[in-house]
Design a protein around this ligand. Structure first.
Ligand SMILES: Cc1ncc(COP(=O)(O)O)c(C=O)c1O
Length: 392
């Protein structure tokens, strides 16, 4: 039996137990000094003025919207292809998510379609950097500025990924990170809001902790506003700090893993990698791919103990956000073709080559040409992104 090759695998960095033991010995388990250190280290790393640690990426998105004053009666534009948390966070803020189709080359929100979806109620645009690939922020910001809208970056999958020299999550009014287990660093659950705006930072702190601007006593604290409890504890932050030590090495692995796929699968006709601009600083948190008979490939690989993850269903096909396909030709066509190849930073080069060999073997099967693959030939071919951009 072959060694299983997972699509993802969270790992301890090694110093978690030591840092957790220190927190336990301090007897201060709540959101405290260790959380502040974690916030400062992440802010310094990504080049943000402020970072506010919270319980999850979902609460980070909600808090960012709420701090910007987005609420009932407002609309927020989100991509049709994303993890459902993006739209759910808009709902939590009491606003209405307006779904927009994606660009077929990048799987990220299409700026042209954003412009068409703007109404007098639109308050914000929430681009998602899918798999770590930068959404077209220059174009999105132009649209936002023309209509006086906030840009809140969903950078849950894009820690330390860069565009034009800046880290994703630091370019819009606010940016949100996730530290759930399938992210490059994890605190079990956790998230962070990044911003360079002092006033917004104050609002985020208030909303995160019952309207308090500084750490409270639970007694005679001044509550400046209505707020909630989204604190990230010292225990979780200790895990986060330990994980940060491993971050540079993990990012190098992720780039290498993607580069191997890009080279080895460049001539494999049925599979297309949307690609990453590594030279510009994009970080492939996960390597995504488009394949016309995706499910057949997934099953073929699973039989060989190689595990992929299928892409999210487009949001407009999910019960809470149901809409007809006609407004979403790209996500409707590409969603069922999209998957993540094994992307765990724990994979060796040999593991990745094993996956590539299996994909090539699948593609070469004579049976593919007379069964599923033939049916798909009637589809418009999937786009091939410039290989030159991929091979950094
Ligand atoms: C694009 C995107 N947005 C938001 C989230 C939500 O983050 P969390 O799971 O930490 O709430 C995720 C995480 O899976 C995500 O991938």
């Amino acid at each position: 039996m072959n060694k299983p090759i997972p699509w993802w695998s969270p790992q301890l960095a090694g110093t978690e137990q030591h840092l957790i033991a220190e927190v336990l010995a301090s007897n201060y388990l709540n959101d405290g000094e260790v959380t502040s250190r974690f916030e400062c280290e992440v802010a310094a790393l990504v080049g943000a003025k402020h970072a506010v640690a919270v319980t999850s990426g979902t609460t980070a998105l909600f808090l960012a919207l709420a701090a910007l004053g987005v609420g009932p009666g407002d609309e927020v534009i989100v991509p049709d292809i994303t993890f459902i948390a993006t739209a759910n966070a808009v709902k939590l803020a009491g606003a209405t998510p307006v779904l927009v189709d994606v660009d077929p080359l990048t799987l990220n929100i299409c700026p042209r379609q954003i412009a068409e979806a703007i109404t007098p109620r639109t308050k914000a645009i929430m681009p998602v950097h899918v798999s770590g690939r930068a959404a077209d922020l220059p174009a999105i910001r132009r649209v936002a500025e023309a209509h006086n809208l906030f840009v809140v970056e969903d950078a849950a999958e894009a820690l330390l990924s860069r565009l034009d020299g800046k880290c994703l999550g630091t370019i819009g009014a606010a940016g949100c990170l996730s530290f759930s287990p399938n992210k490059t660093i994890t605190t079990g659950q956790g998230g962070m809001v990044l911003t360079n705006d002092d006033a917004l930072h104050t609002r985020l702190r208030e909303l995160k902790d019952h309207g308090r601007r500084g750490r409270g006593t639970g007694g005679d604290d001044v509550h400046h506003a209505v707020g909630f409890n989204f604190k990230l504890t010292n225990l979780q932050a200790a895990v986060g700090l330990a994980q940060l030590d491993a971050l540079p090495e993990r990012i190098e692995r992720q780039k290498k893993i993607f580069s191997i796929y890009a080279v080895e699968l460049a001539d494999c006709e049925p599979i297309t990698l949307p690609g990453f601009d590594l030279a510009a600083g994009e970080v492939p948190q996960w390597t995504d791919a488009l394949v016309e008979d995706r499910d057949a490939l997934v099953e073929f690989l699973e039989a060989r103990q190689i595990f992929c993850r299928r892409f999210w269903f487009p949001l407009h096909t999910q019960t809470p956000y149901r809409a007809t396909n006609d407004r979403f030709p790209n996500s409707t066509r590409l969603g069922p073709n999209a998957l993540w190849l094994p992307s765990a930073f724990t994979l060796t080069d040999g593991d990745v080559l094993t996956v590539c060999r299996a994909v090539v073997e699948w593609a070469a099967q004579p049976s593919r040409s007379d069964s599923g693959a033939k049916a798909h030939r009637t589809m418009t071919p999937l786009p091939k992104r410039a290989i030159a951009k991929i091979a950094a």
